[in-house]
Ligand binder design. Structure first.
Ligand code: NAD
Length: 252
């Protein structure tokens, strides 16, 4: 649907799920795609798969909790591909549900280090290149957890609410400079993260399906399509939104 020929995309958390589907969708639309992930073997498998499909990709081992690694990955993308047009900051983790009176500080810090500071660092270093270029589109991954609360999920939801705050403020700062920044808020998507929660009994599949008025889980490909649209010329007047991609969950 989209033609991103000659464009360069940077995606984090690409070894699995939504990140991998989005990297593939960018590549299928003609973009050169830099792939950043901390799981080296899975990253190299993903890069090989995409290269075998004929796509132009670059594998960048990177832990988004380490700002220096993020800066190096973004800089390398520009050094190899020559520019940076689109970024999808997707890397994130889930944590076990916990009573708000019982959760350990280490778990709170860990989920914020990946889900919030990781996005802060990624966006910061992407913007350094896009600002010099005077153009670009960034999509940050929040969640329906960035829009509502769910009992036992305070720390994860706090990290995802934070992503919307970062996105809105940076969007206002950079809209006048030709860079659009938005967020997506996926509902329950059928990826290894969601499957793991179901396997551990932390999420009931039937209940999750019923909570989404469309009556099923979303797919990684459907989520990727929302990211591509936000990066496309079709979304040229869309700035600072937190777009639910949730089968109607938050509209209930
Ligand atoms: P996933 O677990 O399948 O994939 C996450 C990817 O992020 C993996 O490749 C993992 O190696 C990578 N990653 C984790 N920590 C990292 C780090 N510190 N540095 C670099 N890479 C790291 O998960 P998914 O379901 O595809 O989720 C992707 C994003 O979507 C996450 O931010 C998640 O919070 C969000 N999300 C998912 C759902 C869902 O239902 N699956 C719903 C809402 C939001």
């Amino acid at each position: 649907v989209y033609d991103f020929t000659g464009r360069v995309a940077f995606v984090t958390g690409v070894s699995s799920g939504i990140g991998l589907a989005t990297a593939r969708a960018f590549a299928t639309s003609g973009a050169a795609v830099a792939l950043a992930d901390l799981d080296r073997p899975a990253l190299h498998d993903a890069a090989r798969q995409l290269a075998d499909e004929g796509h132009q990709v670059l594998a960048l081992p990177c832990d988004v909790t380490d700002e220096q690694q993020v800066a190096a990955a973004v800089d390398r993308t520009v050094a190899i591909f020559g520019r940076l047009d689109m970024a999808y900051n997707n890397a994130g983790i889930q944590i076990p549900p916990a009573d708000a009176a019982d959760e350990d500080a280490e778990i709170f810090d860990r989920v914020h280090a990946v889900n919030l500071r990781g996005i802060w660092a990624s966006m910061k270093h992407e913007l350094r290149h896009m600002r010099a270029q005077g153009s670009g589109a960034i999509v940050n991954c929040s969640s329906l957890g960035g829009l509502v609360g769910i009992p036992g999920r305070g720390s994860y939801h706090s990290s995802k609410h934070g992503v919307i705050g970062l996105t809105g403020s940076a969007a206002l700062e950079y809209a006048p400079r030709g860079i659009r920044i938005n967020a997506i808020c996926p509902g329950t998507i059928d990826t290894p993260m969601g499957q793991d929660m179901i396997a551990k009994g932390e999420l009931d599949r039937a209940e999750a399906e019923a909570n989404q008025p469309i009556n099923r889980l979303g797919t990684a490909d459907e989520t990727a399509q929302a990211v591509l649209w936000l990066c496309s010329p079709g979304a040229s007047f869309v700035v600072g939104v937190a777009l639910p991609v949730d089968g109607g969950y938050v509209a209930r």
